[in-house]
Design a binder for this molecule. Structure first.
Ligand SMILES: Cc1ncc(C[n+]2csc(CCOP(=O)(O)OP(=O)(O)O)c2C)c(N)n1
Ligand SMILES: [Mg+2]
Length: 343
């Protein structure tokens, strides 16, 4: 892998091949994802939706990894905190709201899955299931199909560090290594698996496991989106060049409780959480843009107003939209049944 570490700070995005326009778009999506997440938490607290599982603090890294991928050709198998990733892939806030409100028009599952269970044919996002890590062997299968068909596409799969202790992770990595498949394994290490801290999950680095499967593994600072982008861009190039898989362990921290059903103060302190909130990479990214003449207070105000409007409209739309008709409950589960048979 080529190192770009010596490049001076002010030219970081250009040195990575990111245009001014792209780097500004990255920031806009980071903020959009954060605001969507905050609204989702509010809606759950207000009793309007049942459940939310937050991706706050993981957005900058998720945007960076998405921007390193090819949206037209690659396959995406995200996990439940990947809101910023799927927004970068092209999902709309309206679609996320339809999923949050579990409405029939939700492209992810027509409201049949819990929110955060992404799946969208249009965006090449492969539908996922609730048992964690089951998406890993699926991603390997997509990579195998791409290789067999000679298609230039890479599959990217996300999961948490707790989940990486499941057998599916090891089986997927082993097979992908043997077959040299174009797949990027992304472990978003946010320090906890519900109440279990990383120190009680694993005695080693997740990234080091790649060595045992015969491909490279990197640990990258999730608070440095440029570095995340660089590592993913190179992993993508390796995959397309037929050099096989890469494992990336993105170091981050889950600042929210595990889900809206969790009380995290039962197993960690407010001081610990506040310390990590203070490391938020979004303001730092804004500062970078301002220092390079790409952002201003006026643009920030305009962005926040646009996002507010978009989220307000999506919330209203999601709330008013109809649930899936009961006759559709068996669609995509069994062969199409007639309305009479359902009755
Ligand atoms: C096979 C399986 N076991 C347990 C669960 C319940 N569960 C859902 S999320 C989760 C924690 C996962 O932690 P991690 O992989 O670190 O991801 P994070 O939620 O921290 O992003 C658990 C145990 C599940 N969904 N599937
Ligand atoms: Mg975790």
């Amino acid at each position: 892998m080529t190192q770009i570490g010596s490049v001076r700070n002010e030219t970081r995005h250009a040195a990575l091949g990111l245009t001014d326009e792209k780097v500004v778009r990255m920031y806009e999506i980071m903020v959009l994802a954060r605001k969507f997440d905050e609204r989702a938490q509010l809606l759950q607290r207000a009793g309007k939706v049942n459940f939310h599982i937050s991706g706050v603090n993981q957005e900058p890294a998720q945007v960076a990894m998405a921007f390193a991928m090819d949206k037209e050709k690659d396959w995406f198998l995200p996990y439940y905190r990947d809101y910023a990733f799927v927004l970068s892939a092209g999902m709309t806030v309206k679609e996320l709201m339809l999923s949050l409100f579990a409405k029939g028009e939700d492209p992810n599952s027509a409201g049949r899955q819990m929110p955060g269970h992404f799946g969208c044919k249009r965006l090449r996002i492969v539908t996922g299931s609730s048992p964690v890590t089951t998406q890993v062997p699926h991603a390997v299968g997509f990579a195998l199909a791409a290789k067999m068909r000679g298609e230039p596409s890479v599959s990217l799969v996300s999961f948490g560090e707790g989940s990486s202790n499941q057998g599916d992770f090891h089986e997927g990595c082993n097979f992908a290594g043997v077959m040299k498949l174009p797949v990027i394994f992304v472990c978003q290490n946010n320090g906890y698996a519900i109440s279990v801290p990383f120190s009680k999950q694993s005695a080693g680095r997740i990234s080091d496991r790649a060595l045992g499967y015969g491909f490279p593994g990197y640990r990258v600072d999730g608070y440095d989106p440029f570095e995340v982008y660089r590592v993913f861009k190179e992993a993508h190039e390796r995959a397309l060049a037929g050099e096989g898989p890469t494992l990336v362990e993105v170091m981050t921290y889950r600042v929210s409780p595990h889900s809206t059903s969790d009380n995290d103060m039962a197993y960690r302190t407010k001081e610990e959480v506040d310390f990590h909130r203070g490391k938020d990479a979004i303001p730092a990214f804004r500062q970078y843009l301002e220092e390079h003449g790409l952002w201003s207070e006026e643009r920030e105000k305009a962005l926040l107003a646009d996002i507010r409007k978009e989220i307000d409209e999506a919330t209203e739309y999601g709330e008013r939209a109809p649930f899936q008709p009961v006759q559709d409950a068996f669609r995509y589960v069994y062969a199409e049944a007639s309305a009479e048979e359902v009755r």
